[in-house]
Design a protein around this ligand. Structure first.
Ligand SMILES: Cc1cc2nc3c(=O)[nH]c(=O)nc-3n(C[C@H](O)[C@H](O)[C@H](O)COP(=O)(O)O)c2cc1C
Length: 192
């Protein structure tokens, strides 16, 4: 037996825990938690934002932002920036304990404690009929701490300790171990 949840179900679970960094008009670093977002083409990310976001104001002003991935080590900080808005608590980042530094190629902050950073330029900001705002960004640089690279120089996610958001139980979960090789595993049962 299957149960139908209709429109109230969560649709794609789990979701990533993206952390989006921006600077405001005074150069104050801001960070927010975005689960409804991800990579939408080879060089683009898409984010679904509510209207009342300091981040949105900053993106409209600067045209640039960063996207980082929350880790097990930064789970509390990631949640904090998802429940406290820069619109209410000016300069919330120092409270989080995270350490901002300017990203290499865009006018937006990276963070010492977050080892992988996508540096993005705003490609479009679109008001959706649902009342939300869809932001797409072109990724112009990926930077990563050397400590999370493998011996081939690529990001090794075993070393990043990613977490994801489980909307079904409103929890964060650790992203687990490798279970197979993409574009290869299916060959085992392939006929044509
Ligand atoms: C797990 C989690 C996921 C969230 N996902 C989103 C999201 O996808 N889009 C959004 O607009 N807000 C999302 N939020 C809420 C924002 O992170 C929150 O409103 C934040 O305070 C906005 O910060 P800002 O106003 O400083 O930009 C999420 C919060 C949490 C805790």
């Amino acid at each position: 037996m299957r149960k139908n949840f209709g429109k109230k179900g969560m649709f794609t679970a789990p979701l990533p825990v993206l952390l989006v960094g921006t600077y405001d008009k005074d150069g104050v670093a801001n960070l927010m938690n975005v689960a409804w977002g991800g990579q939408c083409s080879e060089h683009h990310v898409a984010l679904n934002l509510g209207h009342e976001r300091q981040t949105l104001e900053n993106m409209r002003l600067k045209g640039e932002f960063t996207v980082m991935f929350a880790t097990q080590e930064t789970m509390v900080q990631a949640d904090y920036v998802g429940i406290v808005s820069g619109l209410k608590v000016h300069d919330k980042v120092p409270n989080s304990g995270l350490t901002p530094m300017k990203a290499e190629m865009v006018d937006a902050p990276a963070f010492e404690e977050l080892p992988v950073t996508l540096e993005c330029r705003v490609a479009s900001i679109r008001e959706e009929p649902t009342g939300e705002v869809r932001v797409t960004g072109e990724v112009v640089n990926l930077s990563a701490e050397e400590s999370v690279l493998n011996d081939k120089g690529r990001v090794d996610f075993d070393k990043v300790h990613l977490i994801c958001f489980d909307e079904s139980t409103l929890t964060y979960r650790a992203v687990g171990q490798v279970v197979g090789n993409a574009f290869v595993a299916g060959n085992k049962i392939r006929k044509g």
